[in-house]
Design a protein around this ligand. Structure first.
Ligand SMILES: Nc1nc2c(ncn2[C@@H]2O[C@H](COP(=O)(O)OP(=O)(O)OP(=O)(O)O)[C@@H](O)[C@H]2O)c(=O)[nH]1
Ligand SMILES: [Mg+2]
Length: 459
């Protein structure tokens, strides 16, 4: 049986209120023993009571509001008491101490959520989404985490798992009847069901790229010739003087990263060294890193000095990059448009360019609109998907999904190659085991400890 745990659930520091959370069998009696006010044990669940918390000598610590959530109608499924005290560092600390003096134990990080999971109030994927929501660094990340908490993602995984369980049962039943186990009564149907599971798993797996963009931000690498205005553009995009700008070509050598949120999406802009035959080893290393970064980008902004245009060397650099990293979205910026007469156009067959003056944009943020609109457009198709269907944001889940997909594909191949039905069932069971680990239907203590240790104390 679990004991009573207590923790301060709010952040430290000066604030109007602080919340101390208590959970476990006997938590109402424990708080009641040091509460001057109504008899909490006699009170109904989901009621709030004003009173004083007393320390072990009977001295008043603070006037508080106590809210009761009696088992099983609480977040952990146990008796939960939430004490809302005045903020600041002292009241809540003294109250917590008085609870510990009365026999409560300080909660470990994530222990409330862990109990909610163990008591069947949420599955593991939902519990992990709680941590993701707390750590969300953009409104999109917040939205996707909330979707996961609400269970849409878990529902989809459960449906998939149920279908595979049914499939296993169906095959096992057939095996009881059919002597020659490769000769299936309804092989077509079996293939159809497996293909559908593969399709769903591939879709979930593929969503991870978007999921990590939402979680960690979209990595936008800014590349181009020396002096094209890359660092100026970075500064304009993030609204501060982050990178050194000068008219000496080769100013930026190391990579410079800075973030900005554009309409709910976090972008991580990475300014790089100008691409050219380097004049010294440090610059050469900078160019090498720029190349490497571009290859790992989610999106590339290629900055060209519009008065000079895109030369053959740049053209072929871009082509080589796109061959290496197919599908890499590219935005061509025709910078220094203030220095050209007429429209600053760059000749490029495939990609239209956006005329811009990064220098002007430093003072006039609206000048960036065409560029930021284009950036948004390039991720929007993905983002619509995030709204419409579940997106995998968690690396642990991605790992299990990959294994499940391999197993289902093996099962599918077993049919094509007329391998025994026993082998097919074994593959499906592996897939079930992998999927079960995502939502926590199958789990072990080490994994749980690792997951819940990511949480804050009090959650
Ligand atoms: N006229 C004009 N000058 C610009 C514009 N953008 C940048 N510059 C100038 O061009 C020069 C080079 O700008 P940077 O931003 O340092 O260029 P960079 O591409 O980072 O150069 P490296 O770090 O050397 O690769 C600076 O003198 C800038 O002030 C622009 O839109 N118009
Ligand atoms: Mg620079």
């Amino acid at each position: 049986m679990s004991d009573v745990i207590a923790a301060i659930a709010t952040a430290r520091g000066v604030a109007a209120l602080a919340i101390i959370r208590v959970s476990g069998p006997g938590s109402v009696a424990l708080v009641n023993a040091g509460f001057k006010g109504k008899d909490l044990e006699a009170a109904d669940s989901h009621t709030a009571h004003v009173g004083y918390i007393l320390d072990s000598t009977g001295t008043e610590i603070d006037q508080v509001v106590v809210t009761l959530f009696k088992s099983p109608r609480s977040v952990t499924g146990e008796d939960v008491v939430e004490i809302s005290s005045h903020g600041g560092d002292f009241a809540s600390q003294f109250i917590l101490k008085s609870l510990l003096d009365r026999g409560a134990r300080l909660a470990a990080p994530g222990e409330f959520t862990q109990r909610a999971f163990l008591n069947g109030k949420m599955d593991l994927a939902q519990a992990e989404a709680v941590a993701d929501l707390i750590h969300a660094s953009s409104s999109m990340a917040h939205r996707v985490s909330l979707q996961h908490i609400q269970g849409r993602y878990s529902d989809q995984l459960d449906r998939l798992r149920d279908e595979l369980i049914e499939l296993c049962a169906y095959i096992e039943l057939e095996m009881d009847f059919v002597e020659e186990d490769v000769e299936f009564a309804d092989k077509g149907r079996l293939v159809e069901l497996l293909d559908e599971s593969i399709r769903l798993l591939v879709e979930l797996q593929d969503s991870y790229q978007l999921g990590s963009m939402i979680r960690d931000g979209v990595r936008v690498v800014i590349a181009g010739r020396p002096n094209a205005g890359k660092s100026t553009l970075l500064n304009a995009l993030v609204g501060r003087d982050r990178a050194i700008v000068s008219d000496i070509p080769g100013t930026t050598r190391d990579e410079i990263e800075a973030e900005a949120e554009i309409d709910g999406v976090r972008f991580r802009f990475i300014d790089t060294a100008g691409l050219r035959e380097a004049s010294d080893v440090i610059e050469a290393e900078g160019v090498r890193r720029a190349q490497q970064s571009a290859e790992a980008a989610d999106l590339l902004i290629y900055v060209v000095d519009a008065s000079l245009g895109l030369d053959d060397g740049e053209q072929s650099w871009l082509e080589t990059l796109q061959a290496k990293h197919p599908g890499l979205p590219l935005v061509l910026v025709a910078n220094k448009s203030d220095q050209v007469d007429g429209p600053a156009k760059i000749e490029s067959d495939a990609t239209p360019s956006i005329p811009l003056s990064a220098q002007h944009a430093l003072k006039e943020i609206d000048a960036l609109k065409p560029l930021t609109e284009q950036l948004k457009h390039l991720v929007t198709t993905h983002l619509h998907r995030a709204e419409a269907s579940p997106v995998v944001m968690n690396q642990r889940h991605q790992h299990h999904l990959r294994n499940a997909l391999t197993a289902v594909r093996n099962a599918r191949a077993a049919i094509d190659y007329q391998i025994s039905m026993d082998a097919l069932v074994v593959d499906l069971r592996v897939a079930l085991h992998e999927l079960g680990q995502i939502t926590g239907k199958i789990t072990n203590e080490d994994v749980l400890d690792q997951i819940f240790s990511r949480f804050c104390i009090g959650k």
